[in-house]
Design a protein around this ligand. Structure first.
Ligand code: NAP
Ligand code: ZN
Length: 367
């Protein structure tokens, strides 16, 4: 049996875990740059909790609250300048995947000058500023991954910085911050987490341990499906989603994602469809394709959701996602051309051809 596992992030989960573990931040440095989005961290109490913890430790901070959804390369260069100007020696990221991913790029660029064309090389001479992460959506698992995914206008898609250097040192998971999520964001982010765990099981890099985490994550997310649909999630369900999202992150930290994410990036880049929703629209049809060659594997995956086929899985997601956007044939051809060249497509146990990618787009989006 071949198993490798590396997860250097300390995870602390529980209600009020930042206040209860404020001392954990003390070891990270003297002055923090808090990296966050424009509004949500102020509204959900996470920013106040972080500031209280830093203040209790006598640590200084400045706030960079300019991270937009699907952060740009410019944003991370701006953030790195802010970190240097502030003299920050560590980073606290608060928010969904966008601020967390931007923070990783900022932590990297604050410690070294990297020309834009080499940002995604994965090879960096220096280390990065230490990071503490506070996820406030339950979806990306970015708090436990070595990836920072940025909008890449040159390639008209999203591109990842991937390096073990950018694992955060510590992650605080408190589901109380997710209580104000809109119903749509709660659904889309939960589906992102589901996609990570399902794609992880369909990766050539999966192993017994990552499958174990993925199974737990898929089960956890399906246990919340009915409440996601009604928009009435209990606190325990919010915790289950946050926990399952973290597990999905641990899975893709080892397996990477597959064709689903590569295909979803075009829906986000060209049509501004939320990342998780983009994956959810395509995941069922990708599973149907894989089912043709690996029926037992797909049967195992859908069984964690109490289902018996990829078709049933697709129907369950469609029910949650509601009415679909409309697409023209030419548009989907262009997306298929882009996706077929994406690195992660080759990561799956089934590597779809361009024709198969186009069929997945059509069956998912034009039916
Ligand atoms: P997001 O873009 O971080 O946030 C979406 C929206 O939700 C924003 O408007 C944000 O507002 C708001 N929001 C965040 N937390 C909230 C809360 N607790 N209550 C109310 N509103 C809240 O969305 P996301 O889906 O979490 O992240 C998507 C990004 O993560 C994409 O760029 C994707 O590529 C990336 N991703 C990364 C990984 C990885 O391994 N690194 C994996 C999957 C996805 P504010 O802007 O005001 O904060
Ligand atoms: Zn994702």
């Amino acid at each position: 049996m071949n198993v490798q596992f590396f997860m250097p992030t300390k995870v602390i989960m529980g209600k009020d875990c930042i206040a209860a573990n404020a001392g954990e931040l003390a070891a990270l440095g003297k002055k923090a740059l808090i990296v966050t989005g424009r509004n949500s961290a102020k509204a959900n109490g996470s920013l106040a909790d972080v500031i209280a913890a830093l203040s209790a430790n006598g640590q200084k901070f400045e706030i960079f609250d300019k991270v937009m959804s699907n952060p740009t390369i410019d944003c991370v260069y701006d953030g790195a300048k802010a970190a240097r100007d502030a003299g920050a020696d560590f980073i606290v990221a608060i928010g969904g995947g966008s601020p967390m991913d931007a923070a990783k790029g900022i932590a990297l660029l604050a410690r070294q000058d990297i020309p834009r064309e080499e940002l995604f090389s994965g090879k960096y001479p220096n280390d990065v500023l230490p990071m503490a992460f506070v996820p406030t959506t339950a979806g990306t698992g970015s708090e436990v991954t070595p990836y920072s995914i940025l909008t890449n206008d040159k390639l008209q898609t999203k591109t990842s910085i991937a390096s073990p250097l950018i694992f955060p040192k510590i992650a605080f998971l408190d589901a109380k911050y997710t209580e104000g999520l809109s119903k749509a964001t709660a659904i889309n982010t939960a589906i992102d987490a589901l996609s990570h765990s399902v794609e992880g099981m369909l990766s050539t890099r999966a192993n017994r341990l990552t499958d174990c985490l993925a199974a737990e994550s898929i089960e956890g997310i399906f246990s919340c499906m009915d409440s996601l649909k009604t928009g009435k999630l209990s606190f325990e369900e919010r915790e289950m989603l946050l926990y399952s999202s973290m597990l999905g992150g641990m899975v893709i930290a080892h397996t990477g994602t597959t064709a689903v994410h590569s295909m979803g990036y075009s829906l986000t880049y060209f049509r501004d469809i939320d990342h998780g929703r983009a994956n959810g629209l395509l995941l069922g049809d990708f599973l149907k394709l894989v089912e043709k060659t690996f029926p037992a594997k797909v049967s195992e995956i859908v069984s964690f959701g109490g289902l018996s086929s990829a078709e049933e899985f697709k129907a369950r997601l469609s029910d949650l996602l509601g009415e679909k956007e409309s697409f023209a044939h030419d548009e989907l051809e262009k997306y298929a051309d882009i996706a077929v060249n994406a690195k992660n497509v080759k990561n799956g146990i089934v590597v779809p051809t361009k024709e198969e990618i186009l069929s997945i787009y059509q069956n998912s989006l034009m039916e």
